[in-house]
Design a protein around this ligand. Structure first.
Ligand code: XMP
Length: 517
C-alpha cells in the first residue's frame, strides 16, 4: 500500500481517499509508527499528512526520521512538508506571515515531476502559520507564493517531494493531479485498485474465513449492511441468512425495497421480523429523546435475538451451526478507534443499532478497509438497486427520533408522507449528490394556526433539515434553490393531512446536530 502518515488532523482520511481515487490502494498509519513498523508494511509510497501543530512546539507530533532512509518515494503535505524539511536538513521558521484559504501559487520553472503539466500560476488551498524557509540540500524549489518562497520542493534523485498547500482538498485547483503525479510519475505506481479487484479479493477472503460455516447478518436497510451482506452472499451463497427487523420507524417503502428489490438483485435469504406493534407499545407515552433511543435500542436487540434464536436452533438441528456475524464496519470506524495500525483493539461498530454482546460470533467485516464512496461503488458493481446503494445516511432509531414528541402510528404516517415528498422532490431536482442528508422532522407537540380551503386549521409544522457534510462530524445547511423549497412546501401542506406549515432549519453543526433528537 501507499501509507498515509496521520499527524492528528482530519486530513489523513481525505488523502487516503484521494490516493484510492487515483487507483492506488492506501492505508493510514499513526505518526508514532516506527520506521521498522512502516517498513514491515512494504509501502510503495509514503505520504505525510497535514496536522494542527507547529513542528518546533514542544510535544509536536514527530516522525521516526528512519522513515526517510527507507528508500520509499515520499510526499509531504503541509505539516508533513515541514516535518520532512526539518528532518532532511532544511529549515522551518515562523515568519509571522500566515496563509489561510485560497492563495496564488507560481511554479518555479516547469514545476518538476511533481507539478508537471500544471499551469504556471494556480489557486491552491493553504492553512499554515510556519513555513519552510530553506529547502534541504539537493532539493529544488518547485513553487512559491508571495508569502512563502518555498511552497513546494522535490528531489528526483531521492524521490522525495513536498507541498505546503493541501492538494487533497477540492479548493486546490490541480490538487488531485499533484497526488497523481506523485503516485504515477514519481513513484511509478500503476492505477489498478478498483471495485472489481476489491470484490474478487474480499470474496476470496470471506471464503477462507467462513469455510462451510453458517453466517447471519442484520440488515438495517442502509448501504453498509446491504453491501456487506451482498459480498458475503457472493462468496458463500445460502450459508448466509439475513435478518431484517421492521420496527415501524422506517421511511416509506423501505421494507419493500429490502424485501423485493434487494432480495431480487442479490438472491439472499431474508427473514423479516414484523415488530411494529412491539415498538409502538414500548414507545407509548415517551417523548424524551434519550429515553426513546434507549427503548428503540433495547427492543431492537430483543427482536433480533428472538429471530436469531430460532435460526440458531434450526441450524444446530441440521449439524452446521451459525458461527459468523456480518458487520458493515467501514475504514473510518477502524481508523478512529485506533485500528489504523492493525494492532490496536478494535471497537465493534454497531451499524444496526447495537447487537447482543454475549453471543460469541466471529465477525465477518468485508468493508473494513473501505470508505463509504467505495462501498457504494462496490454495491453498484454487485448490481444492488440504486434506491439502496444511493441511500443517504439514516439513523438506526429511524423516524422515532424525527418526531418531536410521543411516537404514535398516526404521527409516523404523517411524517412518512412528508418525508417521501421531500425526498422525491430533491431527487427530481437532481440535488441528491449535493446534500449529505435531509432529515424531515415532525414537531408533533407544536401547533400553529393556518388557513386551508375556507377554514381555519390548527396543525403541525414540518421541518426540513438539508445538510451538506463530508463526514457528519460537522455540517452546514444546504442552500437549496427557492423553487425546490417552494415545491416541497406546497406539496406537503396540500397532500399531507394535519400539516399546515413547512419550515427550514438554517443551523450549521455545530451548534445544531443534524438530527433534532
Ligand atoms: P447528529 O444528529 O449527531 O448525527 O449530528 C450525525 C449522523 O449520525 C446519524 N445518526 C445516527 N446513526 N444511529 C445511527 O446509525 C443513531 O442512533 C444515530 N443518530 C444520528 C445522523 O443521521 C447523521 O448522519
Amino acid at each position: 500500500p501507499v501509507l498515509v502518515v496521520d499527524f492528528g488532523a482530519q486530513y489523513a482520511q481525505l488523502i487516503a481517499r484521494r490516493v484510492r481515487e487515483a487507483g492506488v490502494y492506501s492505508e493510514i498509519v499513526p505518526h508514532t509508527a516506527t520506521a521498522a513498523e512502516i517498513a514491515a508494511k512494504n509501502p510503495v509510497g509514503i505520504i505525510l499528512s497535514g496536522g494542527p501543530s507547529s513542528v518546533y512546539e514542544p510535544g509536536a507530533p514527530a516522525l521516526d526520521s528512519g522513515v526517510f532512509d527507507l528508500g520509499v518515494p515520499t510526499l509531504g503535505i503541509c505539516y508533513g512538508f515541514q516535518v520532512m524539511a526539518q528532518a532532511l536538513g532544511g529549515e522551518v521558521a515562523n515568519t509571522g506571515l500566515r496563509e489561510y484559504g485560497a492563495t496564488d501559487a507560481a511554479l518555479t520553472g516547469d514545476g518538476g515531476v511533481l507539478l508537471s503539466g500544471q499551469p504556471a500560476a494556480q489557486n491552491v488551498w493553504m492553512s499554515h502559520g510556519d513555513q519552510v524557509s530553506k529547502a534541504p540540500a539537493g532539493f529544488s524549489v518547485l513553487a512559491s507564493t508571495s508569502a512563502t518562497p518555498v511552497a513546494a520542493f522535490g528531489s528526483d534523485e531521492r524521490r522525495m517531494y513536498g507541498v505546503q498547500w493541501h492538494p487533497e482538498v477540492k479548493h486546490s485547483d490541480h490538487g488531485q493531479q499533484v497526488i497523481e503525479n506523485f503516485l504515477h510519475k514519481a513513484a511509478g505506481l500503476a492505477a489498478d485498485w478498483n471495485s472489481g479487484n476489491v470484490i474478487a479479493e474480499q470474496v476470496a477472503r470471506i471464503r477462507e474465513q467462513v469455510g462451510t460455516g453458517r453466517v447471519i447478518c442484520g440488515l438495517s436497510g442502509g448501504v453498509d449492511s446491504a453491501v456487506a451482506a451482498a459480498l458475503v452472499h457472493e462468496a458463500v451463497g445460502d450459508q448466509l441468512v439475513c435478518i431484517f427487523v421492521d420496527h415501524g420507524l422506517l421511511r416509506k417503502n423501505e421494507r419493500e425495497q429490502v424485501e423485493n428489490d434487494y432480495v431480487a438483485s442479490t438472491g439472499v435469504r431474508l427473514v423479516t421480523i414484523d415488530a411494529r406493534e412491539q415498538f409502538l407499545n414500548a414507545l407509548a407515552g415517551v417523548s424524551d429523546p434519550e429515553q426513546k433511543r434507549k427503548i428503540i435500542g433495547r427492543e431492537f436487540i430483543r427482536s433480533f435475538e428472538a429471530a436469531e434464536k430460532s435460526l440458531l436452533a434450526e441450524a444446530a438441528a441440521d449439524g452446521e451451526p451459525i458461527r459468523f456475524l456480518v458487520q458493515g464496519t467501514l475504514y473510518p470506524d477502524v481508523v478512529e478507534s485506533g485500528g489504523g495500525t492493525g494492532t490496536a483493539n478494535i471497537k465493534s461498530h454497531h451499524n444496526v443499532g447495537g447487537l447482543p454482546e454475549d453471543l460469541q460470533f466471529e465477525l465477518v467485516e468485508p468493508l473494513r478497509a473501505l470508505f463509504k464512496d467505495e462501498v457504494r461503488a462496490i454495491g453498484r458493481e454487485l448490481g444492488l438497486p440504486e434506491v439502496i446503494v444511493g441511500r443517504q445516511p439514516f439513523p438506526g432509531p429511524g423516524l422515532g427520533i424525527r418526531i418531536v414528541g410521543e411516537v404514535t402510528a398516526d404521527r409516523l404516517e404523517i411524517l412518512r408522507d412528508a418525508d417521501a415528498i421531500a425526498r422525491e422532490e430533491l431527487t427530481r431536482a437532481g440535488l441528491d449528490s449535493e446534500i449529505w442528508q435531509c432529515p424531515v422532522v415532525l414537531l408533533a407537540d407544536v401547533r400553529s394556526v393556518g388557513v386551508q380551503g375556507d377554514g381555519r386549521t390548527y396543525g403541525h409544522p414540518i421541518v426540513l433539515r438539508p445538510v451538506s457534510s463530508e463526514d457528519a462530524m460537522t455540517a452546514d445547511w444546504t442552500r437549496l434553490p427557492y423553487d425546490v423549497l417552494a415545491r416541497i412546501s406546497n406539496r406537503i401542506t396540500n397532500e399531507v393531512r394535519d400539516v399546515n406549515r413547512v419550515v427550514l432549519d438554517v443551523t450549521s453543526k455545530p451548534p445544531g446536530t443534524i438530527e433534532w433528537e
